[in-house]
Write a protein that binds this ligand. Structure first.
Ligand code: SF4
Length: 738
């Protein structure tokens, strides 16, 4: 087979297009990894609109991970101190369905929980929602996206009336001012950064502002780096707003015609004078003024953010405070401008569309909204009232639910919470108490597998066909191009088989994932994420397509590059859907709120949930490295990426290191109120005094006592329920030889 498969990189939310071809091709030497094993060839897809042929080291080396440490067969054990034994799928399904029925009838459906992943394809997400929220009556489906971007979701909903990043990647190359806050884009979203950096270098008038307590590679490229104290983002944003107002850079027409609640916001920002803000943030007044001038004098301002904003106990307020700046200056709905959250995972966006968080239903619907529940019940053929009106347990609720003994069955799929959750000692102790845990994953061993009673082998990207949506709302079909190892199955097939065995035969009578997608898109009709014009077949012919993409009623064939849509269809008054050809949302300056206006959010800064104090005088911030992905299940097994970052470390400013007598590479004991860990010191001016940085990738499988999240705490944003994984208070103790 010499065929090239066009697909999407399964790592981050940039969503780069890939072309994959078999290891052996006529006339070419067999493609091999560093150990000499044949591996698939991977290169960037030049035709993919999001990445234009570029890939980073993770995408380029993905093929090396495909066959390593795979889980091949279902396995079970009665208790965590026993060894797993191999069973057939039939036995595994039988055990799972019996257990679900027992829990359902003894403890109630709300004792059943599933914790999924932004690594799912949309079809996996959708079937999981139908099984849990529809058929079983439990809204306890949450995903690791809760730890990643749920504050962005909450912020968009509260400001615009609906979720959805309004911008597109083309805006990176059309802006006059890129404002990056809480994002190390150069390392975590490298291809987005490539596009922005090239454009910035070509256009010297374009300004780049980076807000980050660390001098990251992203900050190195900026015209202005604001190294604010952790937790002072809202002070800074309100301070910029104060100056924009004082210097009359605001767009009064836009505020009057398109927004609400401006007076309350104006009253808040009145208190953020440059003197107060510079002092709280630990920056120079001149730098604050420069940032405000760059923003105010630019025709088009684009802001980008990710985990540094979202992973906060005031994450939603931070997101809304970024959006406020765009609203007060009319910087939205036009090329090169707008607030643009960057998603972490390859299909976290698809999860949002399919309702893959505990408070959501498919089609950007909310569990709490009776009309939304009724619409979903109708498509799913359920009785009215069958979907519970109560949002389910979030990721952290499931941990406390295990502690409280109210979780009877926990099903974890495609994620590794024994590394990625906050307060890991508490998380692991809770997992130990789980009466029955199913762990469904492609890889084995992982840290979380140690806490499972049942292991189910999942087919991963490359072995199943489905769609994924990237950060700019581009939907790409990812076809299977290789067979799953052993008896591994697609996640959606596993969920559907359990559904059928529970008696929901008609509900899960799907022959393939194309049929699943076809049912899912029905639930997007006339919704902000309308995809009724998409199907697997159309995506195969048309290639990657941005939503909204409503059904035009026109036939599409392989000769057409784009669906033809008339002016009349562009301006369909039935819904608030924008021009389907548009790359941007809100170009008509009407929003999804009841009055069509975007809402200002008026917030004072609350700061960190756990600020430093005399006992724990440093702020620990955590983050990601260029070559690694999440909890190392893939990149830890790839020679090149492992060599790039072989071990964890702690960054300490030279002044702090000198004061504590810590030398470069010396082992440092890092203590928080929850645990202690050990890291070799990396002494660098890249980190501000008083702050230290540790990468979050390493779990217990890879390094002893070096888990960043052993130190972090679970205090969460009250709106998004996203934990503050980005900051906690720690003390440092140099380890000396006896
Ligand atoms: Fe993959 Fe993200 Fe790298 Fe693109 S930037 S190749 S999506 S990891």
């Amino acid at each position: 087979m010499t065929e090239v498969t066009k697909t999407l990189c399964p790592y981050c939310g940039v969503g780069c297009g890939l072309e994959v071809s078999p290891p052996a091709q006529p006339g070419k030497a067999t493609h091999r990894d560093s150990q000499g094993n044949p591996i698939w060839r991977v290169r960037g897809d030049k035709a993919h609109p999001s990445s234009q042929g570029m890939v980073c080291v993770k995408g380029a080396t993905i093929a090396e991970s495909l066959d390593k440490n795979r889980l091949h067969y279902p396995m079970v054990r009665d208790s965590l101190d026993q060894k797993f034994r191999r069973v057939s799928w039939d036995e595994a399904f039988d055990l799972i369905t019996k257990r679900i029925q027992t829990v359902r009838f003894t403890q109630g459906p709300e004792a059943i929980c599933m914790y999924g992943s932004g690594q799912f394809q949309t079809e996996d997400y959708y079937i999981a929602q139908k099984l849990l929220k529809g058929c079983l009556g439990s809204n306890n489906f949450d995903a690791n996206s809760r730890l990643c971007m749920s504050s962005a979701v909450a912020g968009y909903i509260q400001s615009f009336g609906a979720d959805g990043p309004p911008c597109c990647y083309e805006d990176l190359e059309l802006t006059d001012c890129a404002f990056l806050i809480g994002t190390n884009t150069a390392e975590c979203h490298p291809i987005i950064f490539n596009r922005l950096e090239k454009y910035h270098k070509r256009n010297r008038k374009v300004k780049m502002i980076v807000v980050d307590p660390r001098r990251t590679p992203t900050a190195e490229a900026a015209d202005l780096h604001l190294a604010i104290r952790p937790g002072t983002d809202i002070d800074l944003l309100n301070g910029i707003a104060h100056l924009l107002m004082r210097w009359n850079y605001i767009d009064v027409g836009f505020i009057d015609d398109c927004t609400s609640n401006f007076p309350a916001y104006a009253e808040v920002i009145r208190h953020y004078s440059p003197e107060i803000v510079a002092d709280r943030c630990g920056i120079d007044i001149k730098d604050l003024e420069t940032a405000a001038r760059y923003w105010g004098e630019s025709q088009r301002v684009l802001s980008l953010w990710s985990m540094g904003v979202n992973q906060s106990s005031e994450g939603t307020a931070k997101v809304r405070t970024i959006i406020n700046l765009h609203l007060m200056t009319g910087q939205i709905g036009k090329p090169g401008a707008g607030p643009f959250s960057l998603t972490g995972q390859p299909n976290a966006m698809g999860g949002r569309e399919a309702g893959g968080l505990a408070h959501l239903l498919p089609g950007y619907r909310l569990v709490k909204n009776p009309q939304h529940r009724a619409e979903v019940e109708e498509v799913w053929g359920l009785k009215r009232g069958q979907i519970s009106p109560h949002p389910g347990m979030t990721a952290w609720d499931m941990i406390t639910g295990l502690e409280d003994g109210i979780v009877g069955l926990l099903w974890i799929a495609a994620t590794n919470p024994a590394v990625s959750m906050p307060d890991l000692e508490r998380t692991k102790a809770a997992l130990m108490r789980s009466p029955f845990t199913i762990y469904q994953d492609a890889y084995y061993p992982t840290e979380t597998a140690s806490y499972a009673h049942v292991l189910l082998p999942a087919a991963q990207w490359s072995e199943k066909t489905g769609v994924m949506t990237n950060s700019e709302r581009t939907v790409t079909l990812c076809p299977a191009f290789r067979r799953p190892p052993g008896e591994a199955k697609a996640d959606w097939e596993i969920f559907a088989e359990v559904g059928r065995r529970l008696g929901f035969v008609g509900e899960f009578a799907f022959a393939n994932s194309a049929e699943v997608f076809a049912e899912f898109v029905k639930l997007t009709r006339d919704r902000p994420c309308d995809m009724t014009g998409l199907s697997h077949e159309q995506l195969r012919f048309q290639g990657p397509t941005q939503w909204p993409h409503p059904d035009s009623g026109l036939e599409v064939n392989s000769q057409q590059s784009e669906i033809e849509i008339s002016e009349e269809q562009f301006n369909n008054p039935k819904s608030k859907i924008q021009n389907p050809k548009s790359k941007r949302l809100y170009t008509n300056l009407r929003f999804h709120t009841p009055d069509g206006r975007a809402r200002f959010g008026a917030y004072h800064s609350r700061g960190l949930a756990e600020p430093p104090d005399p006992d724990y005088p440093f702020v620990l911030t955590t983050g990601r490295l260029y070559g690694h992905w999440h909890t190392l299940t893939r990149t830890g097994r790839i020679e090149k990426t492992r060599q790039m970052h072989p071990e964890p470390f702690i960054e300490i400013h030279p002044r702090d290191a000198a004061r504590l007598g810590i030398s470069d590479n010396q082992l440092v004991e890092v203590r928080s109120r929850r645990s202690k860990t050990f890291f070799p010191a990396k002494i660098t001016k890249a980190i501000a005094p008083g702050t230290v940085f540790v990468p979050m990738h390493w779990g217990a499988l890879w390094a002893d006592n070096a888990e960043a999240n052993a130190l972090t705490h679970p205090e969460s944003c009250p709106d998004s329920l996203q934990p503050e994984l980005k900051a906690c208070a720690v003390q440092l103790i140099p380890v000396t030889a006896e």
